[in-house]
Ligand binder design. Structure first.
Ligand SMILES: Cc1ncc(COP(=O)(O)O)c(C=O)c1O
Length: 492
């Protein structure tokens, strides 16, 4: 991508953020192309390209002879409210639904909203291929040399530098390279818990976390979570005071599935609570580079002065989903995590580590995050509009400040597992709400991933989910007296 290309996306994103935050209100006039070019010190064509992409995202609209205006959006749906999970910890049994959804999400015969991963065409595939072949050529012996240790030095240094974007000063020697973020989190949990221990997490939470807890025989304590601001720290404090919580596992930026992003003052308060109670936080920063604002990227780890935060990340959602590499900086549990990693799966493939280091440090890295953010933001907006138009009245949906996941709460009468089965019959797949809790409380919810293919078939399938939900609701709700009178009387 040219630097000019990156510039128009940057401008489009600044304006999109102003629109989403309400700084530019619906119906308000947007500066003319000439005014904006002067104001931002960019060329007219950069502004025109930016405005075009905002038009495509239905965020602004051109009015003949009047200029550009912030689009008057379909009245947005309300957001879900703070969740109310039970106050007790639960044994976890998430069963086989997770693997079924993931398998179908990758089956080309299905129109899929099941996975939480951008599809291949959203990444610069040439850039990734070139980095891998360059790494193999420059390190000729690497593929035939047994890798030992916590990972290639160059990658650890690149990650430490990347940590500065999250406000963290990390020593490269403290970083351990893992097989994706899931392995990093598993190692952290193994380092700080034993079977039967209680782990506090968001509610709803990422089903992968529940699978890990189930496999390690840990109990889930789900904490009330607001879809915008994340986990309630008052509720977490109460849990610390009343239950033997052995670890906290959170995604403070763009949590999965609700997209919550914890305010900075909460992050500072959380870090202080962890040290006071001597409880580790496993902080998953996998989605930080997808957040709209730099401010949302600052990690809880950046406030940690006592080594209680174990920070885990990977590149699966932002650089190259096919390169299974993650990392962990485990604070005071560093040596234990390194030992567990060695005993569990040894080291990673050095060529891929070197290629990843190259990708992270190339000048185009920031531009590619920006492009990814802008593309998925436009989809999330469009999907939100389709949901508002086609899902049953009473539906609530999240409006996340980044990422590609939507969480919808449908009217309570709708069993989304039944909806899931009905949709499978039409070759449409999504993740039903039951996957996101150790309890059965999200049976009326669904998670929709819109990072995959995005075309008319996909839009139509999303509408179809809404229509089927409406049909289900109609079948469940008692008919009105008028409807009953209109029905023919049944003979005999
Ligand atoms: C919050 C969260 N953490 C971790 C993962 C998995 O990460 P990885 O593929 O790097 O193991 C996912 C995947 O969806 C996720 O949503």
């Amino acid at each position: 991508m040219t630097s000019d290309g990156a510039l128009y996306l940057q401008l489009a994103q600044t304006i999109a953020t102003a629109i989403r935050s309400g700084t530019l209100a619906a119906g308000e006039r947007v500066p003319s192309v000439r005014e904006m070019a002067r104001q931002e010190g960019v060329s007219l064509s950069t502004v025109i390209q930016a405005y075009r992409s905002l038009e495509d995202a239905h965020l602004i609209e051109a009015r003949p002879r009047s200029g550009y205006f912030v689009a008057t959006r379909t009245p947005g749906l309300p957001q879900p409210e703070t969740s109310r999970p039970p106050a007790d910890s639960q044994a976890v049994d998430v069963g086989s639904l997770t693997s079924q959804v993931l398998r179908l999400a990758n089956d080309p015969a299905f129109t899929s909203f099941g996975a939480a991963c951008p599809s291949a065409e959203l990444f610069s595939q040439d850039r990734v291929r070139r980095a891998v072949s360059r790494a193999a050529q420059r390190n000729r012996h690497s593929l035939c040399t047994y890798p030992i240790g916590g990972g290639e030095e160059t990658l650890r240094r690149a990650i430490a530098r990347h940590g500065l974007r999250m406000g963290c000063q990390m020593d490269a020697r403290d970083i351990v390279i893992t097989n994706g973020c899931v392995e990093a989190i598993t190692l952290c949990l193994r380092a700080v818990t034993k079977p039967g221990d209680i782990v506090a997490l968001e509610s709803p939470t990422y089903f992968g976390f529940l699978s890990i807890l189930e496999n390690l025989h840990l109990r889930a304590l789900e904490i009330p979570t607001h879809p915008r601001t994340g986990v309630s720290l008052d509720a977490l404090q109460l849990a610390f005071d009343t239950q033997p919580v052995k670890a906290v596992l959170l995604v403070p930026t763009l949590s999965n599935p609700v997209g919550a992003t914890m305010p900075q003052q909460d992050r500072a308060r959380l870090a202080a609570m962890l040290s006071r109670h001597d409880v580790p936080l496993i902080e998953d920063v996998l989605y930080n580079d997808l957040a709209e604002d730099d401010d949302m990227r600052r990690a809880v780890k950046s406030y940690d002065t006592t080594g209680h935060v174990m920070m885990c990340g990977s590149f699966s959602k932002t650089v190259a989903p096919g390169i299974r590499l993650g990392w962990v900086e485990a604070g005071r549990w560093r040596d234990r995590v390194e030992g567990l990693k060695l005993a569990t799966s040894g080291a990673q493939t050095a060529v891929l580590e070197l290629a990843m280091a190259d990708l992270l440090t190339q000048p185009g890295a920031e531009a590619s995050y920006r492009q990814l953010r802008a593309t998925v933001a436009a989809r999330v907006d469009e999907a939100g509009r389709i949901i508002a138009e086609s899902f049953p009245a009473g539906t609530r949906v999240t409006d996340p400040p980044g990422g590609f996941i939507l969480w919808a709460e449908l009217p309570r009468e709708i069993d989304t597992f039944a909806l899931f089965r009905a949709c499978l019959a039409e070759h449409i797949v999504f993740a039903p709400g039951t996957m996101f809790s150790a309890t059965d409380r999200y049976r009326h919810c669904i998670r929709l991933g819109v990072g995959g293919r995005w075309d008319n078939a996909q839009r139509q399938a999303l509408r179809r989910i809404g229509e089927m939900a409406c049909e289900m609701l109609q079948a469940k709700r008692p008919k009105s007296a008028d409807d009953r009178q209109a029905e023919p009387a049944l003979a005999g």
